[in-house]
Design a protein around this ligand. Structure first.
Ligand code: HPA
Length: 239
């Protein structure tokens, strides 16, 4: 397919950086562009899925919303990797803690993603394909996180297909028992596309609510107050 694609109106590949940070919420992408980047230009507004490119410490980086859920976000991951020559996508999202020792505002980095999504059953049949993150992005994130002295957990995440979930209690209990750190909704799709196209991906989250304690951050906090994760991702993106 040629550019522009059906969902990204940009007609010049050079207007999108090789590394794109992707929050679910396009307004969070705007917030990051306005508060962390210089020399910013907008490269997409189709369907309101705002995408910006700018400089962070004099290095080019892009930030774009992905939307919520595996099918929607995979459209953007695929178009950026396959048609715009993007090499690295770092998802920066929120997630719900599934462990007692993972608290509001803690950071989690996804070493793996599990899901009830059938996207890989469709491709692999009986094989339970396990998509993986980029080792290089992971190592950089680990080193930066230590340097910035952030409280970061590295572990398995659950990419749920439903926010208003009816996951049986037993299944949730088993996920907790098997060490799943938190629940979000896109990383299984991101890692699958990145693995298929031989590109690099990593999911980094800030805990916005807890399935263990019931605590929650407000919608306003979700939009603006995840500065640690944003800084970590920007440092990794431009390292
Ligand atoms: N479920 C799914 N996605 C999420 C959650 C949740 O509880 N919290 C933040 N993203």
């Amino acid at each position: 397919m040629n550019i522009p694609t059906p969902h990204i109106e940009c007609d010049d590949k050079t207007k999108i950086a090789k590394t794109v940070l992707m929050p679910g919420d396009p307004l969070r992408a705007k917030y990051i562009a306005e508060n962390f980047l210089t020399d910013v230009h907008l490269f997409n507004k189709t369907r309101g899925m705002l995408g910006f490119t700018g400089n962070y410490k004099e290095k080019k980086v892009s930030v774009m919303g992905s939307g919520m859920g595996i099918p929607s976000s995979m459209i953007y991951f695929t178009e950026l990797f396959d048609f715009y020559g993007v090499e690295n996508i770092i998802r920066i999202g929120t997630a719900g803690s599934m462990q007692e020792d993972i608290h509001l505002r803690d950071i989690v980095v996804a070493l793996s993603a599990s899901s009830e999504s059938t996207i890989n059953k469709f491709t692999f049949g009986e094989i339970n394909y396990s998509p993986t993150p980029s080792f290089e992005l992971l190592i950089k994130t680990y080193e930066k996180s230590k340097e910035l002295k952030l409280k970061t957990h590295f572990g398995a995440v659950y990419s749920s297909d439903q926010f208003y979930s009816n996951t049986p209690t037993k299944v949730t209990e088993n996920m907790k028992k098997y060490g799943i750190t938190c629940v979000e909704m896109e990383t299984y799709g991101l890692y699958t596309v990145a693995n298929r196209l031989h590109k690099n991906a990593l999911g980094i989250f800030t805990i916005s609510d807890s399935l263990v304690s019931g605590e929650k951050d407000s919608a306003k906090d979700r939009e603006t107050s995840y500065a640690n994760m944003m800084e970590l991702a920007l440092e990794v993106a431009t390292k």
